[in-house]
Design a protein around this ligand. Structure first.
Ligand SMILES: [Zn+2]
Length: 147
C-alpha cells in the first residue's frame, strides 16, 4: 500500500531521474528514507558517466546502507525509486537489509515506454557440477565461522 507520504518521496525520486537526464545520465533516480520520512541519501544512475554497468541508484543506496547503517536502522528504511529495481539491485537491496521498496514504474511499464530498457533475463548458465570439489571451500568457511 502506497500512502500520500510515500507519493511525496516517490515524486522526489522521479525528480532525481529527471535531473539525471539533464546531466546526460540514464533516467533513473532513488532515495533512501528513514521511518519518519527523513531522506538519508539520494542517488541517480551514472552508468554512462562512470562507465560502470553497476552504477544504478538502487545499488548505490544499498551499498551505502550496508556500509553506513546498523542492521536495525537499515530495516526501518524505505527505498523510493523511479522504476522497479532490476535483478541486480533487488539482490543488493535484500542483502543490505533495507526494509521496504516503493517504486513508480513497474518493469513492464518501463519496457512499454522504452522497449530497449527493462527486462532482465537470466544469463546463459551451466551447472551444477563438481559437487564434491566445490563444497570443500564452503564447508571450510563454515567450520572457520563456527570457531
Ligand atoms: Zn538496477
Amino acid at each position: 500500500m502506497i500512502s500520500t507520504a510515500d507519493e511525496i518521496l516517490l515524486r522526489r525520486a522521479i525528480g532525481l531521474a529527471a535531473r539525471a537526464v539533464t546531466l546526460g545520465d540514464a533516467p533513473y533516480g532513488s532515495l533512501l528514507a528513514g521511518p519518519d520520512g527523513t531522506v538519508l541519501a539520494e542517488a541517480h544512475n551514472t552508468v554512462r558517466r562512470d562507465n560502470d554497468i553497476t552504477a544504478h541508484p538502487e545499488l548505490k543506496l544499498a551499498r551505502w546502507a550496508a556500509r553506513e547503517l546498523d542492521p536495525r536502522t537499515a530495516a526501518g528504511t524505505t527505498l523510493y525509486t523511479s522504476c522497479q529495481p532490476c535483478g541486480m539491485c533487488g539482490g543488493a537491496i535484500v542483502r543490505s537489509g533495507l526494509g521496504r521498496v516503493v517504486y513508480a514504474l513497474s518493469t513492464e511499464q518501463l519496457v512499454e515506454i522504452n522497449p530497449e530498457s527493462g527486462a532482465w533475463p537470466t544469463p546463459p548458465q551451466a551447472g551444477p557440477a563438481l559437487f564434491d570439489e566445490a563444497r570443500v571451500p564452503i564447508e571450510d568457511h563454515g567450520r572457520r565461522r563456527a570457531t
